[in-house]
Structure formats: structure tokens, C-alpha cells
Ligand binder design. Sequence first.
Ligand code: KG4
Ligand code: ZN
Length: 411
Amino acid sequence: MKILAIETSCDETAISIIKTYEKSNSSTPKFIILSNQLFSQAKIHAQYGGVFPMVAKREHCKIIMPLLKLALTEAKMFTKRKKPITLGADEKMYKKIFKKEPELFEQFSALIKNTKKPKIDAIAVTKGPGLEPALWVGINFAKALSLVWNIPLLPINHMEGHIVASLLKSKDKSMSYAKAWDQNVKCKTIKFPAVALLISGGHTELVLIKNWFAYKILGKTRDDAVGEAYDKVARMLGLPYPGGPQISRLAETIPDKSSRFPLPRPMFNSDNFDFSFSGLKTAVLYTIKKIPRLTPKMKAEIANEFENAIVEVLLKKTLLATQKHKARTIILGGGVSANKRLRKYFQNMAKENNIELLLPNPALSTDNALMIAIAAYCRVIKPNKKTELTTTKQKTSLSAHGTLTLERLLN
Ligand code: KG4
Ligand code: ZN
């Protein structure tokens, strides 16, 4: 089975194609990566200091078709027609699908007229959560392709993608996107129950996973997501977007834990699994305001203390959740899980407590389409009542789409 996956939930346009092992009835996914393409808009958003949804939408619209062609070419599935065909009576329907992305309709119709249907068996697309205008580009694109090629459509939850990204075995510790894993992939297994800490630009959630797709949200942020806090604090320190890697780099230059600028550890002692990072962000702001001349050394010290505060809170709450629910595995996912210090602390904690730790390759921590393809594959080989493969012609399962949260997806 070949799955084409599309991800446009934030500022990364990504398309991946995987080929699963046909007769694999094993419980762990096995597949070959035929293509894994990604275009990051980070540089475009950096000038605004954060992601603007309408700018993200515009850029997705620009790049998604060239990226699809690139992915199909890489997967050896891009074949030109000798004679162009027409969309015929269905043209109106496709125009309607691309009502909000008219420029994409032109590119879509050119592709369909001039190229042959690729040998794809299912199209997976991120249905949320994410930025609505950005999500719709991927969803409408996937929907139109699914209809025109008559291929089933699998709407996938973005956070589930971040969970399964940790299943991929990394070939080495290389950060290089293209070479970080074998093309021929056998995934790690999950020993249930597991606790997943999902930390991204939009989410901070502790999720109990009792079995495949059996999720319970144990706690989440009451205000800012941890990645959002990183990005906002970076801006305060005059660092470009995305702030996480920038702060992390600065923090690494400060070797010890002591700080001239102590910051709070919000909700560190609360007896629940919720988080709060807005107060920490404000504390950074007040700290900066009190300093007449902020030197590069001071910036690094603040970054270091901020990172320590974040890591300590995340570590403590995750360990508590793990102990309470007797979890055998901890899973990290989302952009912030690329953070080196966080990974080191979690590795030590897991070792000390004899818990399995599943970490995504840093290159797969941030948004990508491979994780959406893997999630789709897991849904196919481990089907439950909530997800079935249906063609869009049978059922337009995305018509009631909104910004879905993990809870809404699963209920
Ligand atoms: O998962 P992701 O790529 O997009 C969302 O779904 O939101 O996460 C992006 C977030 C950004 O806030 C970015 O600053 C943060 O992940 N991030 C990091 C690191 N790399 C990315 N935060 C801390 N340390 C990093 N190394
Ligand atoms: Zn994400």
C-alpha cells in the first residue's frame, strides 16, 4: 500500500510518500520512505516575529503543487500524459472545493489534465489542530486529489502524528533531514500504558495512552503553549523566529544552573498535570525591564534560566503522570522535543526510573508529513471503529472540519 501524506497545519508545507510492506501483519509498522519533502516558511515569518495565518496560507498555496510534483517525481510516480484530458463536468465541483484558494485550482487542473494518476492507495491529510486557513489548503488539496483520483482520504490528527514520529528508528544522531533515518523503516514498539508529552508551538499536553488510539488527556497548558513561550521570550531577547532553537543555543553557552536572574517554575507543586507558561514569560519581561543595559552574557543567562524552568516543570509533571498511571513508556513529541537539554534530562530520568523513552529524531520533532503518513498507516493496520478508510465520494468526512483538538477527534 502506498500512502501520500500532506501536512499544512502551521508554517511547514510537507508531503511524504511511503510504501508499506504488503503482507506485514506484524504489530509494528514497516515501510519504505519513497519521498519526504518539506518546505519551511520560517524565514518568511521571521520578519514578522511569528506565524501569520494568512501569510502561511498564501505560502502553502504557492508551494504545495511544486512540492507534490517533487514528491511524485522522487517516488517515480510522476508520469506525463501524451494527450491532455479535461476535468469535464466535474470542473465546477473542483472550483467549489478551491473556492478560497482559486490560484490552486489553476495548478490542480493543469496537473490533472497533463499527468497520469499515480499508483497511490490512500491520501492522508492533517485535519487539525492547527491554523485554520493553513489547514484548509492541505485539506482542500487532499480532498480534490482524492476525488479526482478516486483514492480514499484519511484525515489525521496532527498531535497523533507527533506521537507516532517517535516510532521511527533513527539511523544515527545526525540532524540532517535527508539522512537521519534509513529509507527502509521498521518502527519501534510501544509498551503500553504510555504517557506522551506533546510540546509544540500550539500545544502542551500530557496524554495517557492505554492502547493504540486510546487517549486520555491528563493535563494541558492553561495559557501559553511551551513553544509559544519560547518564541515570545526569544522575541523579548531580540532573537528571530522560531525562538526555541535560538534560546536553546544561547542557553548552551551557560554551563551552570545558578542564575543571577531567577525565574519561577509555574505550577511545579500543583497536584494536577496542568501547565502554565504565561507567568514565566511575564517574569522574563519584568527581569529584562529592570536591566538598564542587556549584555549578550545576560541574555544567555536569562535564556538558560528560562530553559531550566521549562525543562524542570515538564520533567516533574511527566514523571508524576508516569508513576501515577504505571506507564511503561514515555513518548515525547512536537517541535520542543528537539530541545537538546530536555532530551538529556528525559533520558536520565527514564534510565533512573527504568522506563522506556521514545524520542523522535530531532528532524522529525518539528512538523513534517512523514509523521502523518505513519499515523495513517497505524490507523490502517490497527483499525478501530472511529476511523475507517472511505473515499471522499462515499463520505466527505472533512466537511464538518473545525480546529480539532485531540479530545474532539477522539470523542
Ligand atoms: O511541532 P511544531 O513544529 O509546530 C507546531 O505544531 O506548533 O513546533 C514548533 C515549536 C516552535 O515554537 C519552536 O520554537 C519550537 O517548536 N522548537 C523548539 C526547538 N525547536 C523547535 N523549542 C525548543 N528547543 C528547540 N530546539
Ligand atoms: Zn506540530
